[in-house]
Ligand binder design. Structure first.
Ligand SMILES: Cc1ncc(COP(=O)(O)O)c(C=O)c1O
Length: 393
């Protein structure tokens, strides 16, 4: 049966994780995989999460199946966290999914069941798993310009010019905040322009929200999403709790369709049906942790404090690296790193420079130059800047 099965190409992020793990050098620096790290390189369990888990362990009396959509409290809390009341609940259909990855996949499946010929427009630089997920669902993808390679900011002109080409019924995938991999986000004015364009073209936005709280703050990071939800008739959302709750391996995500109230129940049933086909019931534990934290004032306060500290640490790392790179290289080539949002930035390096960084200095960034700012610490920023300076000299 499997004689002709081709060996799959290893995902770039997974391949880099493996190469880093196999590197015996003591001073190696991992800026590859997208997880938060503290000053000691650990990805801790948040204290608010630990406390919620203790409560759940104590109180839970059954692990019997829930609904196909998952736990109602989780769905309601996530609706409030993401949408902040921007639209009435009568417009919101949502289901739990195992992580943001599955949420993206389930939304793609929903699109395919409604409109199999829809084109999904994806920013030229994007999370490496977006295109495989879109294609696995049988959909076509088209790219739009995003990063202005010269200045390291948004290629606003290219972005809006490309999106003028979308057809009615096409879907435009946008990162809610902390664009992965560029760290370059839309301003409030860009989001307003985006809403006007999508309305004019009759296209449906699909927001991937994987880093809420890592940009400017929980509400500010959802500003674009909320603006589009309030302004447009239809909106799709895939959100992850992996990063902002540190629940990576628990697999917590939500897939959401915001539609006319008359269609809401159909969408809810369609999403539940897609869950049934893919994994039936979404995992419960992580979602229950999220709803326990968000539903308890003290735990919620504790969680926000911890999340604020994570955001600030990453921002400080980013600014410190930009300063160190300016000092080490004597140029503004890396200035964009200091202005971006969230965990990632694209270091403007050639493929040869990226290889030399890995081989000669044990500094691991992805092949497109994506670097995770959370992988830096006060102990390695100077060494990292010196290595980058050495390979670019
Ligand atoms: C943009 C984006 N979307 C979705 C995800 C998926 O996250 P999860 O680990 O919850 O599946 C990630 C994770 O890195 C991401 O960066």
């Amino acid at each position: 049966m499997f004689e002709t099965l081709p060996a799959p190409k290893l995902d770039a992020i997974i391949a880099l994780m493996q190469a880093y793990a196999a590197d015996p050098r003591a001073g190696k620096i991992d800026l590859g995989v997208g997880v938060y790290r503290d000053e000691d390189g650990r990805t801790p369990v948040m204290a608010a999460v630990k406390a919620a888990e203790a409560q759940i362990l104590e109180a839970q009396e059954s692990k019997s199946y829930l609904a196909l959509a998952g736990d109602t409290a989780f769905l309601k809390q996530m609706e409030a966290l993401l949408l902040g009341g921007a639209v009435p609940s009568a417009r919101v259909a949502a289901v739990g999914a195992p992580g943001g990855t599955s949420a993206v996949r389930q939304i793609c499946e929903l699109i395919r069941s409604a409109r199999p010929d829809a084109v999904i427009w994806v920013s030229a630089q994007t999370w490496p798993n977006h295109l495989p997920l879109i294609r696995a669902a049988g959909l076509r993808a088209q790219s739009y310009r995003y990063l202005d390679a010269k200045g390291g900011g948004l290629d606003r002109e290219g972005l809006f010019a490309d999106l003028e080409q979308v057809s009615a019924g096409d879907v435009v995938l946008l990162h809610g905040c902390c664009h992965n991999p560029t760290g370059v986000d839309l301003s409030a004015q860009d989001w307003a322009e985006m809403a006007a364009l999508l309305e004019r073209r009759g296209a449906v936005p699909f927001i991937d929200m994987a880093y809420q709280g890592f940009g400017e703050g929980l509400d500010a990071d959802a500003g674009g999403l909320r603006h589009l939800a309030a302004r447009l008739p239809e909106l799709l959302v895939a959100a992850s709790c992996s990063k902002n709750f540190g629940l990576y391996r628990e697999r917590v995500g939500i897939a959401m369709a915001i539609v006319d109230p008359a269609q809401r129940d159909t969408l809810a049933a369609a999403l539940a049906g897609l869950n049934r086909q893919a994994f039936a019931f979404p995992p419960d534990h992580g979602g229950r942790v999220v709803s326990t934290v968000l539903g308890d004032a003290a735990l919620r306060h504790q969680w926000q404090t911890e999340l604020d500290a994570m955001r600030q640490r990453v921002q400080e790392n980013r600014r410190a690296l930009a300063r160190a790179l300016r000092d080490a290289t004597g140029s503004d080539r890396f200035a964009g790193v200091g202005h971006a949002q969230g965990m990632f930035s694209i270091l403007p390096l050639t493929a040869d420079e990226i290889s030399a960084l890995r081989a000669g200095h044990g500094v691991y960034v992805l092949g497109d130059g994506r670097a995770n700012m959370a992988g830096l610490s006060t102990r390695n920023i100077a060494a990292c800047a010196a290595a980058i300076s050495a390979v670019t000299r």
